[in-house]
Ligand binder design. Structure first.
Ligand code: HPA
Length: 233
């Protein structure tokens, strides 16, 4: 069986799929956290794996960067492989000063400058939201591991290099915790198909201070976030 972007047999993916932006992170998760992981997709080097974690089946597939790429893979996972839970695990830029580099942020909602959800809803605003069920589990998993987690609104931007001089002030005024590039797309797909989605992030850099994690700390924080995501199983 093949979709336009995934060549994997029927049933190749577990009901729950973790989606990092970078396909090499999918490989890292499979090698570090999963048991008996099998590579199920290599099309465009968007590596996907299926294995088990503590005896429970789970898959991991890269999403690529931005709403269009995430939307393609999430839609094909749901429509062709019957996936029921998608958890994005990514990095984000922290916005208010009390969101610190290395913190874990969970996107309860995802605001955006993208039009994808308006396109879905005939021009109306759509409150793109996480699955409450997954959100509760992720918060409980983070607390059990003593991981500092902040839950709230994130901003899914189409522009990584945003030329606006006022956007971040406005977003901060409205309580947005962090900026990233995929969650609002994932939440839109999840709503369209009635599945559960959640987006969990580590703060890899700070928009206000310019502070950025070293490669080593980035990897450690990434692993912490993966544990939170796997705690949802
Ligand atoms: N903007 C958008 N996406 C990001 C950022 C950012 O500052 N940091 C990590 N992902």
């Amino acid at each position: 069986m093949a979709t336009p972007h995934i060549h994997a047999p029927e049933g190749a993916f577990a009901e729950t799929v973790l989606m990092p932006g970078d396909p090499l992170r999918a490989k890292h998760i499979a090698e570090t956290f999963l048991t008996d992981a099998v590579c199920v997709n290599t099309v465009r080097n968007m590596f996907g794996y299926t294995g088990t974690y503590k005896g429970k089946p789970v898959s991991v597939l890269g999403s690529g960067m931005g709403i269009p790429s995430m939307s393609i893979y999430a839609t094909e996972l749901v429509k062709f492989y019957g996936v029921k839970n998608i958890i994005r695990i990514g990095s984000c830029g922290g916005l208010p000063l009390d969101v610190k580099v290395r913190d874990v942020v969970i996107g309860m909602g995802a605001s955006t400058d993208s039009n994808v959800n308006r396109n879905r809803l005939a021009g109306m605003d759509f409150a793109a939201m996480a699955s409450f069920e997954l959100l509760e589990k992720a918060v409980a998993a983070a607390r059990a591991k003593n991981i500092n987690v902040k839950v709230g609104n994130v901003f899914t931007s189409d522009l990584f290099y945003n030329p606006s001089e006022t956007l971040f002030d406005t977003l901060e005024k409205y309580g947005v915790l962090a900026v990233e590039m995929e969650a609002a797309g994932l939440y839109g797909v999840a709503a369209e198909y009635g599945i559960n989605a959640l987006a969990i992030f580590t703060v890899s850099d700070h928009i206000r201070t310019g502070e950025a994690l070293s490669a080593e700390l980035r990897q450690n924080s990434f692993n912490e976030m993966v544990e939170v995501a796997l705690g949802c199983l």
